[in-house]
Design a protein around this ligand. Structure first.
Ligand SMILES: [Fe+2]
Length: 169
């Protein structure tokens, strides 16, 4: 059955909303556990605040189209869920796995927003374009922040581990 561009746009808005809800869960769980990596904690706390704004932008766009966010779509988040599950197993290198996963997750979100903006353009939906572009910029900034934290986080992990300290989170 054919879908028109507007329907594709609504579906993409719902999927992106589900992605942001997943992002909030993942980041909140990590922030609660972080003890020895204050820079990562700070980056996550800042991005949690931004993500609430991103969620609201998507909800406003959906409401203006007479729709609301739907339940999580099975399958869509399968990749993300599997990736994030890496970090949940208690392990000495939990911080490293979470860092890799956060980097992947932010880049996943960048792809989702670039695609959403393209779909919105094809559907002639301009009303929320600026807001969604702002969300994309925030994801790009967070992806860069996580990227920049890979080296210092790994160095701190090595220093703690080789001195016999706990370094997991
Ligand atoms: Fe994000």
């Amino acid at each position: 059955m054919a879908m028109d561009a507007r329907e594709i746009y609504v579906t993409a808005l719902k999927n992106t909303h589900a992605l942001e809800m997943q992002a909030l869960q993942i980041m909140e769980r990590q922030v609660e556990r972080l003890e020895r990596y204050p820079e990562m904690e700070q980056a996550l706390r800042r991005h949690i605040e931004e993500t609430h704004g991103q969620r609201r932008r998507l909800e406003e766009a959906l409401q203006s189209l007479g729709d609301g966010p739907s339940a999580l779509k099975e399958g869509f988040l399968g990749f993300v869920g599997n990736m994030m599950a890496l970090g949940h197993a208690p392990a000495q290198d939990e911080i490293l796995k979470n860092t890799y996963a956060n980097h992947a997750f932010e880049n996943f979100e960048i792809a989702a927003y670039e695609s959403l903006l393209t779909i919105g353009e094809a559907a002639g939906q301009q009303a929320h374009r600026t807001a969604l572009q702002q969300s994309l910029k925030e994801e790009q900034a967070m992806a860069e922040a996580v990227r920049a934290l890979i080296k210092p986080t790994t160095e701190r992990y090595i220093a703690l581990t080789t001195s016999g300290a706990k370094a997991d989170r």
